[in-house]
Design a protein around this ligand. Structure first.
Ligand code: UD1
Length: 352
């Protein structure tokens, strides 16, 4: 059986790591790995392959950094060529990026089965690129691997019932597997104290592309940073916007770093008081590490963490007050399965 997996952006490398690990255990499965090139900096891409032991991609398409239409269109053309050449039995996709949508479209139009890991998630704003990508990918997938009850409900509501499998979250599998290797010394190297700092990430278009919204968030951050250190590995997109709008002064009190690899980020988070983020993956990883997150989103596809009173949805206006009301650490664990999502996925795919 030949599976062609398509990845392109940081969170997909993390998910691929564990599925690839499980696929490798099955005899007779050949995986062709395609990196679209969407993320290309060493610290956004290369470092993940090394630290998570992901095999070198068989193809790297080197497509990145243009408008969404151009990026997705170029990927569609190149992936179609590859599919015609490789003739896989199945195309495996992760999450909600432009790389995911391009892979889904190319495969479906060639009548190749599509398997979508992290299917069923939905959130406002409906016009954000990730939401468009995941809704469209789910519609044309043959196998939908769903990480949460909420995802199952979404698919039922949309009348998608065939090929749907509740698996739990592969990111939780990765977290458990990699935990012994987390960099637990990193926070000390940065001069920080146990439970005495927040970890921040931010890159969503609705937060960083509008100068007024970005300013209002950074004002909140500045206020919090007067009370507790904030470590902020900054996404290249956000860095670009902060500089373009001339907002660097709001970050003077913040420890701004280059993006860091998975083992460092998880180590840092494991010893933090909590996090501020608009990342889908990181708001959950904070929870896996037993911490709370202030989620810079109007809505989230991981809403159960909000419903359980663990995470809070925030914006620039209420960021500081929300920080002040962050609860104590005790809360429910095990919301996203038992760490066997990837093996469940691989079983469904190889039993077919
Ligand atoms: C993408 C995904 C998002 C995911 C995020 C994780 C889409 C629509 N969005 O958003 O779902 O949560 O990845 O980070 O696919 N850039 C660099 N170097 C890099 C990577 C990006 O300079 O290694 C620059 C790009 O050139 C571009 C900007 O950052 O100007 C945004 O990158 P892009 O891949 O378009 O989207 P992300 O915001 O990273």
């Amino acid at each position: 059986m030949k599976i062609l997996s398509i990845i392109g952006a940081r969170p997909q490398f993390v998910k691929e790591a564990i599925v690839q690990y499980e696929l490798n255990k099955i005899e007779g499965v050949q995986e062709v790995l395609v990196h679209t090139g969407q993320h290309y900096d060493e610290n956004m891409s290369g470092s993940f392959f090394k630290t998570l032991n992901i095999k070198e991609p068989d193809y790297n398409l080197g497509i990145s950094g243009s408008t969404h239409g151009k990026m997705t269109g170029e990927m569609l053309i190149r992936i179609e060529e590859l599919l015609l050449r490789e003739k896989p039995d199945l195309v495996l996709l992760y999450g909600d990026t432009n790389s995911t949508l391009a892979g889904a479209l190319a495969a479906a139009k060639l009548k190749i089965d599509v398997a979508h890991v992290e299917a069923g998630l939905r959130q406002e704003p409906k016009d954000m690129p990730e939401e468009l990508n995941r809704v469209l990918t789910d519609r044309i997938s043959k196998y939908l691997f769903v990480p949460s009850e909420y995802g199952m409900e979404n698919l039922r509501r949309e009348g998608i019932t065939e090929g749907v499998h509740f698996t739990g979250d592969v990111m939780y599998d990765v977290f458990l597997k990699m935990k012994p290797r987390f960099d637990h010394a990193y926070y000390k190297a940065l001069g920080l104290e146990e439970d005495g700092y927040l970890v921040m990430t931010m890159h969503r278009d609705f937060n960083v592309d509008d100068p007024d919204i970005l300013r209002s968030i950074l004002q909140g951050i500045e206020q919090i940073a007067r009370e507790i250190p904030i470590v902020f590995p900054i996404h290249p997109r956000t860095k670009k916007m902060v500089e373009m709008f001339g907002l660097e002064n709001y970050l003077e009190q913040v420890m701004v770093l280059q993006p860091i690899d998975y083992l460092k980020l998880m180590g840092l988070t494991s010893h933090a008081k909590g996090a501020i983020t608009d990342s889908g993956g990181f708001q959950k990883e904070t929870y896996f590490a037993g911490k709370r997150a202030l989620v810079l989103m109007p809505d989230t596809s991981w809403i159960e963490l909000v419903d359980h009173g663990i995470n809070q949805l925030v914006d620039g206006q209420n960021l500081y007050e929300s920080y002040k009301s962050m609860g104590a650490k005790e809360f429910e664990h095990g919301i996203y399965g038992d760490g066997t999502a990837a093996s469940k996925i691989v079983k469904v795919l190889t039993d077919r």
